[in-house]
Ligand binder design. Sequence first.
Ligand code: SF4
Length: 310
Amino acid sequence: MEYQFNNCAELLALCKKHKQPISQIAIRREMEFFKKKKTWVRNKMKGVRDTMWEAIKKGLENPHKSKYGLTGGDAKKIHAGLGKMDKMFHSKVAVRAMAYAVATNEQNARMGRIVAFPTAGGSGTIPGVLFSCAQHMKSSKRKMLNALFTAAAIGIAVIKHGGTFSAARAGCQAEVGLATAMAAAGLTEMRGGTPEQCLNAAALALKNLLGLACDPLGGLVEVPCVKRNAFGATHAITASDLSMLDVKSLVPMDEVVEAMMAIAERMNEGIRETALGGLAITATGLKVREKMGLKPVPKKYLKWKKGKLI
Ligand code: SF4
């Protein structure tokens, strides 16, 4: 098998060998893996792209809160920021990326249809960044599609290298953290960056989100998840900008993934999708839990209230 890779270093070696960007290696990999024609592979990704866009549009239009009322309506507010850019410090492209990211995650919280790319909790970051930047750069649909393939290739390399997207195993660094890294790489290719720059952007993005706890209130993928994707989106843009300015990550992406997994080993289970730590056991988090009729949090997880860290 010519186009399979087991980590980012091998992905980069394939790009160099075939003188192709990451997206094209990713497409070849899928063709080889599924024994399908290029059109089939591209059509699959077109379906992903179109579903992402539908989720954004619906998320921006929908004024309703989620079932427990924790989230909903913020995408609209952020999108309105585009009409008052004189009051914003971020660029238009970043504000729109935040709006799109939140729109997607609000849809997810309302049980609407989204693409879990790479996960439901981290579903807003990649479409937020890529659609907003594609609009800004007036990129062709093909470029947008290629950016998605590049993002996907990073995800595959991470998993092949022993990483995970599971928050139950590695916390939010593995959800929004990796989504941010994938978005940064996709955006970097979309704006003409080399494969090295794409991988460098991914490493820069993930490095800064290492250790991120998964601590959703009431175990719902809403708080902090929805707004965390807005931060993921701006973070990915920052990483891509830095990479395009030739700022290098001293630690390469494969090693950052190894660091992520080493941190995961040390994470208390309370901050690994159990809703028994972090924000989930703040006074507000406990109220949400009560309102939902969930069992009280066992005392051992509340030791911090006596000044001890769990
Ligand atoms: S906090 Fe947990 S549930 Fe929420 S997005 Fe992060 S990993 Fe997913």
